[in-house]
Design a protein around this ligand. Sequence first.
Ligand code: UGA
Length: 445
Amino acid sequence: MKITIFGTGYVGLVTGACLAEVGHNVLCADVDESKIERLKQGIIPIFEPGLETIVRDNFNQGRLNFTTNAREAVEFGDVQFIAVGTPPDEDGSADLQYVRAVARSIGEAMTSTKIVVNKSTVPVGTGDKVQAEISTALAERGLSIEFDVVSNPEFLKEGAAVNDFMKPDRIIIGTTNPASEKRMRELYAPFNRNHDRMIVMDLRSAELTKYAANAMLATKISFMNELANLAERLGADIEQVRIGIGSDPRIGYHFIYPGCGYGGSCFPKDVQALHRTARDVGYNAKLLAAVESVNDRQKVKLFDLIVRHYGGQDALAGKTFALWGLAFKPNTDDMRAAPSREVMAALWGAGAKVQAFDPEAMEETQRIYGQRDDLLLCGTRDSALKGADALIVCTEWKAFRAPDFALMASALKEKLIFDGRNVYDPNRLAEDNWLYYGIGRGLSI
Ligand code: UGA
């Protein structure tokens, strides 16, 4: 099948590369010329395991191509995917200008029947807006060409994006048009083997399914963080509680890890946007508001523990902290809404310095913060410790799980750890006279 993808961000690039990988002919379009040039040379703009290889292979085999020419892109695919960004507006709602612009270009250039598939995370009702935008552009050209708008939200996780796309839990298709359903079944047939993973529903329900999934996952995390803060005050260990409740299959072990807050480009944005959508239709979504505010508080949790340890903010001036993990989660270089950023900003505000290390996000950190006296970017995990007053862990990269504690003890001024992801065993550290603060681990405080 001939497929066009608008937008070469995480979702667009992974979708394009994976569809080409199973044999479709794919053209990816983006307005960013330098990005498209680099993609043609096999240079991908993000760190995502396995992606670079399939982009290169499929480009070399001629099944995956790139363009900045919207007209060419519209002409190419019988199926047109919209996978452009929907960043939050100032009021928290999703900004649809890029989605609308693509819809307009499709309407302005199409000369044959198309299926337009919305893969961007968009508020309920956007499908209708895309439909209207294309119809208007066609009417302006005095044409009436058949097309259908389908919703097909994406559920991939950064760091596991290729695998998630190749082996999806589910493929949600929002359409009530049997011809479009048939076409989407053909397109996804290579990913839909062994048992049927395709769930077909009306367009609005498909749009809401995406927000519902992210909001549910964010709710699980905020719930656990709330409980963690309670456990800390009650002298209980949230990690024991986590294992205890996860054993109930109705609750499950996934996404109940307490920590220094959820980040990334999706959860914060989507919870906010859904809350805003609720308000727009006159509903006060109290739970969503709480999920958001619990997370905001959790992102400064590590700083609060640090302040508590030193007996006040004033005591932080002139101190230096080693910080491990800058990305919002392991296996990505993405620092959007990363808890590490809140921790660093608070430490800097109190006059402290940071010596930071992340296995993948060093370039991104440099890009965001540039040169500053209170941030030292370190080339290795262990060099970040040198002469620091304490260690802070913000992201649970594998390489942080089994550090050399003896070396750590000699590099740090004090045997002191603030662990935002509960990576370490407090009892084991206590035996070795470390002072350890985790999240919701009342027993160790
Ligand atoms: C999330 C969803 O998991 C994907 O299904 C969805 O497709 C994607 O958003 C999207 O909408 O595009 P992602 O943002 O890549 O994926 O990251 P997650 O793995 O979900 O992690 C989000 C945040 O939650 C991270 O900061 C992580 O550290 C935190 N988290 C996760 C916890 O604090 N506790 C947990 O138990 C799990």
